[in-house]
Ligand binder design. Structure first.
Ligand SMILES: [Zn+2]
Length: 261
């Protein structure tokens, strides 16, 4: 166990024009009810390491896709938290949807940790089909393929230790190589679930999200996240505005950074 790991949820954008029906698999009796969504990256810091989970999306992407209100870039909030983008030694990518990879180029010093199955899918013959194409970031995917030749990308299979106290675990379900990140700090265990559970309601109500690659894997992912957290640990969902209710805001960064541990 590492004694000095701090974990922050950094909220960089949100979308209010969103309804329940988009976010839950199968029939929902209140499918037209408003259901806002937040967009996050997560920062893990210690004296030795700065690890970032996911790379968000850019203001240009927010404008292009519409309806997304951009607060400030993850790099600005990371600086306000006392780190800087150039110090990020490891960038964990939960999966390759556009809202998790947009600022890849802004963390040039970081080695990128990604499941091999995830990159394999996005370079496969199915990547450009239907919903996958809508959620893809072709530029970021192409740059990962390029960077894999420079040694910057670490493609992993299953469980992998990023730095002491921080491990990734492949779960799939939402995308083929989706991974979650577990942090074991002296103050407790945190599972940064990203899109293994977009909202608390997905995992707490056993209700899969609407974008499904493999439904049994999605249920299995809920079980894996619960097991990784253990009875005392906390699970941080990927897109839930209630993160701001359950975890305290960082002073001066209200609405943009919450301290998890
Ligand atoms: Zn997402």
């Amino acid at each position: 166990m590492t004694s000095d790991l701090g974990v922050y949820a950094i909220r960089f954008a949100h979308r209010e024009a969103s309804v329940r029906g988009e976010h839950f698999y199968g029939h929902d009796p209140c499918s037209e009810a408003p259901f806002p969504i937040d967009y996050y990256v997560w920062l893990i810091t210690s004296d030795e390491h700065t690890v970032l989970v996911d790379a968000g999306f850019t203001p240009a992407t927010a404008r292009q896709r519409g309806n997304r209100y951009y607060l400030q870039s993850p790099m600005e909030t990371i600086a306000a938290l006392g780190s800087d983008a150039g110090q990020v030694s490891h960038l964990v990518l939960s999966h390759l949807h556009y809202d998790h990879v947009g600022h890849l180029a802004d963390f040039p010093a970081a080695s990128v940790v990604l499941q091999e199955a995830e990159l394999a899918f996005w370079t496969s013959r199915h990547a450009g089909r239907g919903e996958h194409a809508r959620l893809a970031d072709p530029e970021a995917t192409a740059s990962l393929v390029r960077e894999n030749f420079t040694g910057r990308v670490r493609l992993v299979n299953g469980e992998y230790e990023v730095v002491p106290g921080v491990t990734v675990h492949r779960v799939g379900g939402h995308t083929p190589g989706l991974q979650v990140t577990r942090v074991e700090s002296a103050r407790g265990t945190v599972v940064l679930a990203a899109d293994a559970t977009h909202f608390f309601e997905n995992i707490e109500g056993d209700r899969p999200y609407g974008v499904v690659n493999h439904l049994p894997a999605m249920y299995e992912a809920f079980d894996t996240v619960r097991a990784l957290a253990g009875p005392e640990g906390v699970v941080v969902p990927g897109h839930d505005p209630r993160v701001r209710e359950r975890f305290p805001a960082v002073a001066g960064l209200e609405g943009m950074a919450a301290r998890i541990v």
